[in-house]
Structures are given as C-alpha cells and as structure tokens.
Write a protein that binds this ligand. Structure first.
Ligand code: NAP
Length: 423
C-alpha cells in the first residue's frame, strides 16, 4: 500500500484543514503520513495569536485541530523554522508533497507621511501583542493618551477598537496576555475612533460582529444615524444580502442610547487618511473627507488595520503579498493554502473548503512514493515540540487559568513554553 509523506509548513487553520482534507481523502490504497512544521513552540496559528480573546467561541475550532493532530500518521514539529532549521529544498526533495500554510502576518502600509512616527503601529503588531505571541510580548503600544484612531473598516479593525474601548475588567475571564491586561487596565484611552475611507455600505465588517457591539456593557458605541440613512439611500432598493444585514445591524447601533459610559467607540466614515502629524510622535491624524475637506482627529495612538501580506520565505515566488500560485499549485510538489495562497480574506472556516480543493490537486499530482525518512535527520533544531510536548504546554496553561476563571493563562516567552513542554 503506498504511503505518501506530506510536509505542511504552518500550524494554523489552513495547515490543519489541509491535514484534515488529506486524512479524509485516504483510502485503503492511499495513505498519508503528515508532518506539520511550525516555527513557534505552540500550534493553532491565529486561533491562538489572532482571534480576539473576548470571542472565545471562535476558538473552539481548536478542538477540531487537536482531533486532526491525534489521528494516525500525524506528527507535529514545533519550534522548527523553515529557512533556519530546515530548508524548503530539503522538504521538496524528501517529501512527496510540501504544503505552505504560513498565512500573512505583515501589516499593509498606508504609505502616507508620518506613518512611521512613534505612536503609529499596525494591527499586525497590536493583535499578537494582546494575544501573547512571543515575538510581540515586549512591545509597548502607547496607551497613555485620551484618544486612539483605528484605520480600516474590517473585522480586525473592529477587534482592535473593541479591545481598546472595552472596560478592562471584561477581559478578566479571557485568555488575553497578562502583560496586555495590565497595560489596558492602566490605559488612559477613553475614546476610540474607527475610521473607514468609504461609506457604511462598503464596510468589510461582518454583521455578527456588528450585532455584538451593543452588548458591550461599559462602552458607548456611536454611529451617526445620518451616515446610515445616507448609506441606505446610496445602496439602492435591493442591496446584496450582506450589505442589507450590515446596514440593519448598523442602524440598530445608531439608535443606541449614548453618553452613559466613560468609554466610547465612535465610527467615522468617508474619511481617507492623508497624514499622521506630531512632534516626534503621533499627535493627530489628518483625513480628507468625501467632500474634499480636511478633518483632523487629535490622538496619541493610531493603529492601521488595512489588511495583511505574506512574509516572504526564501525560494517561494510572491506577487502582491501572496505566494504566486495557480489554484494552490506553486511548482512541482509544492502547494499553498490559506491566506498565503489567496490573501487575507474569509473567516477561519473558509480555509476548510479551500484546503480541500488544493489537496485534491495534490493527490492528482502524486507519483511513486519517496523512501521513508526520519524527520530528526533533516533538521538542525535541537528543541523540537512534539504533539505530546504541546499537550503538556496546553494542559499547564489551562490549569493556570482555572483558579482565575480563565480558559488559560498563556506563557509568552519561548523559554517558558519550552519549559512547560518539558524541554
Ligand atoms: P478586510 O476585511 O479586508 O478589511 C480591510 C479594511 O481596510 C477595509 O475596510 C479596507 O477598505 C481598508 N483599507 C484597505 N486599504 C486602505 C487604505 N489604504 N486606507 C484606508 N483603508 C484601507 O481585512 P481585515 O480586517 O484585516 O480582516 C481580514 C479577514 O479576516 C477578513 O476576511 C475578516 O472578515 C477576517 N476576520 C474575521 C473575524 C471574525 O470573524 N470575527 C475577525 C477578524 C478578522 P476598502 O474596502 O475601502 O478597501
């Protein structure tokens, strides 16, 4: 019976769903042995480092990942970095197929003056910071100001704005990193402006996220009724279902009673960022309105949440922030799935069908299986996290959270994670 070896690089949703697709496509005649390689000591990708901690339901998909990981023929190799501990060339030579599932983690830039001033950061830094990603734990976003501006009208912008605008005690029962809870507790920010360059009818927020906003218990959520009315008019009589649902959710927000709370999250539409200005740090954002006028918002923190690009890996072709590919095929025995393939769009579940389509192509391309190999003979890393090491880390984090009513308390340094793994 032929057994094919497939290496999946990246232990996020796209990687796990690719593994699941291969497992589901196995037959008596076709078996896969799957090696998943991850540069961090922890798997789950953005389910651990991206999803907002106050949205724990979205993270329950991790149970699916663990089922995939504990199925026959699956091995996790964490703390192993492609390009440093193992080369793409070695993977391509030794494995029957290699699947790149490394996502897109680099924040897009606006490309306007002042963007690099202190006080201006990308959601690509802020989100992993509050989620305890080891590479971002030492960041110190400026929360010592009254107003923050978040640029972008997508779900990431909304997550970021909500994390800044909610009452920090609401984070107590979450797995927000301790350093972020402490910083947010000391934050002086009381107003968060979330700014879209187009109108409400073009916002990329999704309606479940909009419908959650009125549930914030300690934050005024402000949307101007006139903005929504104008958007409804522009959208015409029969807007698409998503637009209709979004505008309905926004209309409800615009009718909320205002001014009850000390904290405010305010939506601003039809405002294109033109410049960040300040004396050695961000002090204001200058926007151009749809009427061509200049609008200035004073602030000490500005976070851009305008999409992501894939970080370039050596040996892979890139175009416009994605791995250059044809339906997931890159070149011989090399495939790409998830955000690295199609760009930063869709929800976690989108990766399931996407990965399944690519894995069908991979199977169609298979030739004679290559000889078996020992993973340890291919790498230079000495502290490799296996599934059982990860299970120890996971159990330790969950146990640490339990007395505090949290789903877990994350370890944030690589050293601590390795220690919890028993390495
Ligand atoms: P996104 O949904 O693509 O939104 C990006 C936003 O940035 C858009 O509003 C876009 O406006 C704006 N933008 C882009 N370039 C800009 C510029 N130069 N100046 C001003 N604004 C600019 O991206 P995302 O928020 O990063 O989310 C990525 C994906 O993850 C999405 O599919 C999202 O739904 C998903 N996600 C889901 C959840 C959830 O389900 N809870 C949470 C987080 C993320 P234009 O439309 O005008 O270009």
């Amino acid at each position: 019976m032929p057994q094919y070896k497939v290496a999946i690089v990246g232990a996020g949703p796209a990687g796990y769903f690719a593994a699941q697709a291969l497992q589901n496509l196995q037959t008596d005649e076709l078996k896969f042995s799957i090696d998943m390689i991850e540069r961090l000591p922890t798997p789950w990708g953005l389910v651990r480092s991206g999803v907002a901690p106050d949205h724990p339901k979205i993270k329950t998909v991790a149970k699916v990942f663990e089922k995939i990981a504990t199925s026959d023929g699956f091995s996790l190799y964490g703390n192993v970095e492609l390009g440093t501990d193992i080369s793409l060339e070695v993977l391509k030579t030794k494995y029957d197929a290699v699947v790149i599932a490394t996502g897109s983690a680099v924040g897009r830039k606006l490309g306007i003056p002042g963007e690099d001033l202190p006080g201006s950061i990308s959601a690509a830094e802020f989100v992993p910071w509050y989620n305890g990603h080891p590479d971002f734990a030492g960041h110190t976003p400026n929360l010592d100001c009254d107003t923050a501006v978040v640029i972008g009208a997508g779900n990431v912008a909304m997550d970021v704005a909500r994390m800044l605008a909610l009452e920090p005690s609401e984070l107590d029962p979450t797995d927000t990193a301790d350093h972020a809870i402490d910083a947010l507790r000391n934050s002086s920010i009381r107003k968060v402006v979330i700014s879209a360059r187009r109108g409400p009818e073009h916002a990329a927020f999704t309606s479940p996220e909009l419908r959650d906003l009125p549930k914030l218990e300690h934050t005024n959520v402000v949307m101007r009724a006139s903005d929504i009315a104008a958007a409804l008019e522009r959208a015409g009589e029969e807007p698409e279902k998503e637009v209709r649902n979004n505008l309905e959710a926004m209309r409800l927000i615009s009718e909320l009673e205002q001014g009850k709370h000390a904290r405010t999250m305010e939506f601003q539409f039809l405002s294109t960022p033109k410049e960040f200005r300040g004396n050695g740090k961000v002090e204001e954002v200058v926007f151009t309105t749809s009427a061509g006028e200049e609008k200035i918002v004073k602030c000490g923190l500005v976070i851009t949440a305008i999409g992501y690009e894939a970080a370039a890996l050596e040996g892979l072709p890139y175009e416009r922030g994605k791995v250059l590919n044809q339906d997931g095929r890159v070149f011989e025995n090399l495939y790409v799935v998830g955000w690295a393939k199609r760009g930063p769009s869709g929800v976690i579940g989108t990766n399931k069908s996407d990965a399944a389509d690519v894995m069908s192509l991979l199977i169609a391309d298979l030739k004679e299986p290559k000889p078996r190999i020992e993973f340890s003979s291919l790498i230079t890393a000495d502290k490799v996290i296996s599934q059982s090491h990860w299970e120890s880390i996971n159990a330790a984090e969950v146990a640490a959270g339990e007395p505090h009513g949290k789903p877990r308390i994350k370890a944030v340094s690589r050293e601590e994670l390795l220690r919890l793994g028993g390495l």
